[in-house]
Structures are given as structure tokens and as C-alpha cells.
Design a binder for this molecule. Structure first.
Ligand code: AMP
Length: 592
């Protein structure tokens, strides 16, 4: 059972969550959002969202951005980079007299990201009534023009569509004070380099320019040199953990879509059967929701976060000590200074925002020679952050498959068999002869045994959730590395058809439009990345023939991509989209 003792009586955090910092001496606990001197409207909102402290990238980037410096930040999705640039933009937004035209322009590679970033501006700028608008290809342009005319403070756009509006004179950039290039490497990979430069040239020279990118290849440095002025540089987590310090921990990750995370966690807890576990969440809201959902599914989970009073926290600790709870769902802040003996499992419900935080969390298990387990749930978009943590900690995190219903059942059979074996070794079985003997006259003893095992099995735990959790494609080794050492665009310039069939796990799509319709590789990448959940670098070889094109994509995403592309237009056309008929290993031959 779990016992716990709080090392110094503080569990960190304060009731309002944004003004205090924990007093446990951790190196990174020193700065709160209030220390970053954000305006009260922003502090209120952050507190309401349950953000307890800034992530490392936010701590580093927000002060220079508020001062107006240009900045280059190396950070992947999952680090909190969106708030790192959005909060300073909101901080510097004029309180009154905002005009009709935008003061900030954020360029992003995909429609999905445009929508997400726009939602983030709405969320953080709620109390300031900020007007943020995503504009991207595939959405009717007339509708976008009307929205821009109604007045907008921040435009979040994909480069192609932004340029289209600039050309029509419907997006005026004369009032722009800040330009952000978000996921800049991804935009370059998609062939947007020229578009980005043209757009930058349309904005006032005295603007502030901010660039975020997961990798910093020479072409990014080129743009930085031409368009940024003495930028502050932030590179997250360059320091690596000293090999000797590494705790003895089995490290695993599971790639799961957001909607399936609670089910995946439940299944992992069933299979792992931890003696005691902490599940780390990002925000107070997430802690509360997850605790409720786990308790609803029959687990005994306790919430711990900085929004709780000292009394509430003491009560939780009491229940842990008393052994009536074995699962703690917590934020980093609340779990600081908390020492839980016999902790066997640490679960990251999301990829932590920095490798330091990952190391700090998993250091809680695997103590005193015991083997600990660290499990990380990552959404597909966060796999690069996972790779970055691997690189920085110089430790491997094995990406595993979420247990299937069959795995779970096998595990429960195993547990039932072990329980029966134990029972067979006890001496108090004779009394049950009174039950077995009369049955044995009527049935075969084997049948009697099977029925008894069924009863034992049925009462051995929560019912198995029959719904399978969909597998998500994950390609290790693709993170930031060019597969062939060349620039992403060259790779796609096509012309060379790989007769061996698509790479393993990939399939080819046939698109019924090619060179004669003016189709370029970047149009296809733009359409796929913009309309589906694939990112530019998930897309493989592209071949453009005169009348058609072939695009290699992960097999597991094929149906989604086909559906998404059939809904949209490519260069104003609606070409045939289907699997390539002779696709090797792609399960092809599906008529349209
Ligand atoms: P991003 O890396 O910008 O995609 O952000 C990753 C996620 O972290 C988003 O869901 C944000 O809402 C969340 N997030 C950002 N900053 C914080 C913070 N300081 N505390 C908790 N969650 C955060």
C-alpha cells in the first residue's frame, strides 16, 4: 500500500495558482506568471484555466518578448510555445483604440494549427476582448474577407492564403507590430519559403519578428539573418542528464489520440497493476476531470493540485497514508516536495513541457534499487517532443502499443489462474465438497471447474472495456532528420518512381491531377497537411506525372486523408482521390 510523507510540509503552489511558487528548492520553481509581470486580465485567465506555473519556454521567452526583442526559439509542440508568443502579444496589445487592421500576424504551416492558435488567442485574450481570426486555404475566401472587414487584432494564417489576401488587397499589413513564424521548419518543408519572405516584406520594417521551430537547419538561419534583428535565442533543454544519475526506470510511451487517452490510461493501469502511481497532468482542470473519470471507472484516484486548500490536501495525504487510495492525479506544482514510498509507476498524461521536468518526475520511482516504470502518453503531434526528451536525456523511451482487449483478457486470465493456484495450496477446501459432490453427480468435474473459474474471473475486477483503442502511426527516426539528407522540397520534386512499392507502413494515393493542371508537390503537401491530421513530414515521396500524381502517406492514415481530400479542392479542382491500384502492401483496389 502507499504511504506518503511530505518532506517539508509544503506541497507547493498557492490557492490562486499563479502568484506563488513552491518552496522546495527545485531549480525551476522560481518564476510564476505574476513574476513575469503579465497584466491582471491575463493572470486571471491563466488562473481560471488551471495553469499553475509557466513552462520553461514561457519563462525564458516571455520577458524579452514583452520588451520588444526579436526572438528565435527552438521548441516543439508540447512545450507551451503558443502561450510563449501569444501572452506577450496580448500584453502589448493597446487597451483602447484598436483599429480595424491587425497588429499581429502569426504564420503557421497548417489549417489545424491556424485554428488551434486562434483558439489559444481567444482563450488567453478573453478578458481583453481580443479579436483573433484564422485564415487558411480550403475555406471560402468571401467569408474570410467579411470577417477581416469586421475588424481583427490578430490574424493567424497559412502563408498561401495570407498571400492571396494580400494580393487582393483584403489583408492590410501596414499596422502590423509583431510577426510570428510558428513551426517555421515545417513551413519551409512544405515549400512556403518564398511566400513567407514576400509576406515579411509587406510588413513594416520596425516590426518585432519571432520565430519558433522544432529544428534550426541552415535555411531557418538564413531567414533569421535576413529578417530578424539581433534576436534573443532560446534553445530548450540543451543540457543532458549525466549518465550516472539516471534512475533505474523502464521508460515507455504510447501514442494515442486525445479522445482515447482516458481509456488508454485505464487499460495500462489494468495491465501494469501498480502498487502506487502518480499521474501527472498539465492543469488543475485536467486533474479534476481525469480523477472523476477514473473514479467513475472503478479506480481509487485522488486529485492533488495547487487550487486546493491546505486542508483538502492534508485529507488527500491522509487517505494515501491510510491506503484507501493508490492513484494520485497531480500537477507538477502540487506534487513537489512530496515523497511517496513504494511508488512504482509515474505516468505522464501528456508529454512534459521540458526534458528537465520529465527527468524530475521519473526520478520519483526506481529508488533504492527497485525497478520503477515511467509511462508517457503522447498525442501524435507530440512525438517530436518525445524524441527531443530522448535526445536530451540520452535514454530511450520505447514506443509501445496500447494493450488490446485480447491482451487485457489474457492478463486477467493470468491473474485468475494465479489466484486459483494460491487457493489450491490452502487447506480449507474440504468444506466446499458439500458444493462440488452433488454437482459432480450431475455434471462432469471439468465442467464444474470451468463454471467455478468463470465466477472467479467475473468477480476479479472491472469489466473489460470492449472497444479497441485505434493505433496511431508512429515513425521513429523521422524527427527532424531528413530521410535522405536533403532538403524536404528536393525530396518531393519527384520524377523518379520507386518501383519497389511504398516504404513499409506507407501506401500511395492516386490524385487525378498532375503537371498539366499546374500541380506542384507543395500543393499536395499543403492540401494533405492542411486538411488531415498528418504533418508535412509524415508525407513520403511525391511523384507528379502529366495527368496524375502519386503521394506516399502512412497506411494507417490513408482512409482519413482520402476522406479529407475528397472534401476539399486542390488548385481549384476536385480531382479523383483513391488508393493507387497497384499499391503494394497498401491493401489497395478500393474503388472510389
Ligand atoms: P503548445 O506547446 O503550445 O502546443 O502547448 C501544449 C499544451 O500545454 C496546450 O494544451 C496548452 O494549453 C498547455 N499549456 C501551455 N502552457 C501551459 C502552462 N503554463 N501550464 C499548463 N498547461 C499549459
Amino acid at each position: 500500500m502507499m504511504t506518503a510523507n511530505e518532506s517539508d510540509g509544503t506541497t507547493g503552489g498557492t490557492a490562486d495558482g499563479v502568484t506563488g511558487s513552491p518552496a522546495d528548492g527545485t531549480a525551476d520553481g522560481a518564476t510564476s506568471f505574476a513574476d513575469l509581470r503579465l497584466r491582471p486580465e491575463l493572470l486571471n485567465v491563466l488562473s481560471g484555466l488551471g495553469y499553475e506555473e509557466p513552462t520553461p519556454i514561457q519563462r525564458e521567452a516571455i520577458p524579452p518578448l514583452i520588451e520588444g526583442s526579436d526572438l528565435v526559439g527552438q521548441a516543439a509542440t508540447g512545450t507551451g510555445k503558443t502561450a510563449a508568443f501569444a501572452l506577450p502579444i496580448l500584453q502589448r496589445m493597446p487597451e483602447e483604440g484598436r483599429g480595424a487592421g491587425p497588429v499581429a500576424l502569426v504564420l503557421v504551416p497548417t489549417r489545424e494549427l491556424a485554428v488551434q492558435v486562434s483558439q489559444a488567442f481567444h482563450r488567453y485574450g478573453r478578458e481583453m476582448g481580443v479579436r483573433a481570426l484564422p485564415i487558411y486555404g480550403g475555406q471560402p475566401i468571401g467569408w474570410q474577407i467579411k470577417s477581416i472587414e469586421r475588424g481583427v487584432d490578430v490574424v493567424i494564417a497559412t502563408p498561401g492564403r495570407a498571400l492571396d489576401h494580400i494580393g487582393r488587397g483584403t489583408l492590410k499589413l501596414g499596422g502590423i507590430r509583431v510577426v510570428v513564424l510558428d513551426e517555421a521548419d515545417e513551413m519551409l518543408d512544405m515549400g512556403f519559403a518564398e511566400d513567407i519572405e514576400t509576406i515579411l516584406q509587406e510588413t513594416p520594417e520596425e516590426r518585432q519578428t519571432v520565430l519558433f521551430s522544432a529544428t534550426l537547419p541552415p535555411r531557418i538561419e538564413g531567414i533569421t539573418g535576413r529578417y530578424l534583428r539581433e534576436p534573443v535565442r532560446i534553445q530548450m533543454g540543451r543540457e543532458t542528464a549525466a549518465p550516472g544519475e539516471a534512475p533505474k526506470v523502464r521508460q515507455e510511451a504510447y501514442i494515442v489520440g486525445r479522445a482515447h487517452k482516458p481509456a488508454a490510461l485505464g487499460r495500462l493501469l489494468d495491465v501494469e497493476a501498480p502498487t502506487a502511481a502518480i499521474v501527472f497532468c498539465r492543469t488543475r482542470e485536467e486533474v479534476d476531470q481525469l480523477t472523476e473519470s477514473l473514479n467513475g471507472s472503478g479506480y481509487r484516484a485522488e486529485a492533488l493540485h495547487g487550487g486546493m486548500s491546505q486542508e483538502q490536501r492534508d485529507r488527500v495525504m491522509g487517505r494515501l497514508r491510510g491506503g484507501t487510495a493508490e492513484l494520485l492525479i497531480a500537477t507538477d506544482v502540487a506534487a513537489r516536495g512530496l515523497d511517496i514510498e513504494q511508488l512504482t509507476h509515474v505516468v505522464n498524461y501528456n508529454v512534459p513541457s521540458a526534458s528537465e521536468s520529465y527527468v524530475h518526475r521519473i526520478g520519483r520511482v526506481g529508488r533504492a534499487g527497485r525497478e520503477g516504470v515511467a509511462i508517457t502518453l503522447a498525442e501524435p503531434r507530440e512525438h517530436r517532443m518525445l524524441k527531443a526528451i530522448e535526445r536530451q536525456t540520452r535514454q530511450r523511451i520505447a514506443v509501445q502499443k496500447v494493450p488490446t482487449v485480447a491482451d487485457l483478457r489474457a492478463r486477467r486470465f493470468e491473474l485468475t489462474r494465479a489466484a486459483l493456484q494460491e487457493s489450491l495450496l490452502e487447506d480449507d477446501l474440504q468444506q466446499f465438497l458439500a458444493v462440488v459432490e452433488p454437482l459432480a453427480e450431475e455434471f462432469d468435474v471439468m465442467e464444474v471447474a470451468l463454471a467455478a473459474v468463470k465466477l472467479a474471473y467475473d468477480s476479479s475486477g472491472a469489466t473489460v472495456d470492449e472497444e479497441e483503442i485505434p493505433e496511431v502511426a508512429y515513425k521513429p527516426g523521422r524527427d527532424g532528420d531528413r530521410r535522405d539528407g536533403r532538403d524536404g522540397r528536393d525530396r518531393r520534386d519527384g520524377g523518379r518512381r520507386d518501383r519497389r512499392g511504398p516504404a513499409e507502413g506507407m501506401t500511395r494515393l492516386f490524385v487525378g491531377a498532375g503537371r498539366s493542371a499546374g500541380i506542384r508537390p507543395q500543393d499536395l503537401v499543403g492540401a494533405i497537411a492542411g486538411e488531415s491530421r498528418l504533418a508535412g513530414r509524415d508525407i513520403g515521396t511525391i511523384e507528379i506525372a502529366d495527368r496524375f500524381s502519386l503521394v506516399e502517406i502512412p497506411e494507417s492514415a490513408a482512409e482519413d486523408v482520402i476522406k479529407a481530400l475528397r472534401r476539399t479542392t486542390i488548385k481549384g479542382r476536385k480531382p479523383t482521390i483513391r488508393r493507387e491500384r497497384d499499391a503494394a502492401g497498401g491493401g489497395g483496389r478500393r474503388p472510389r
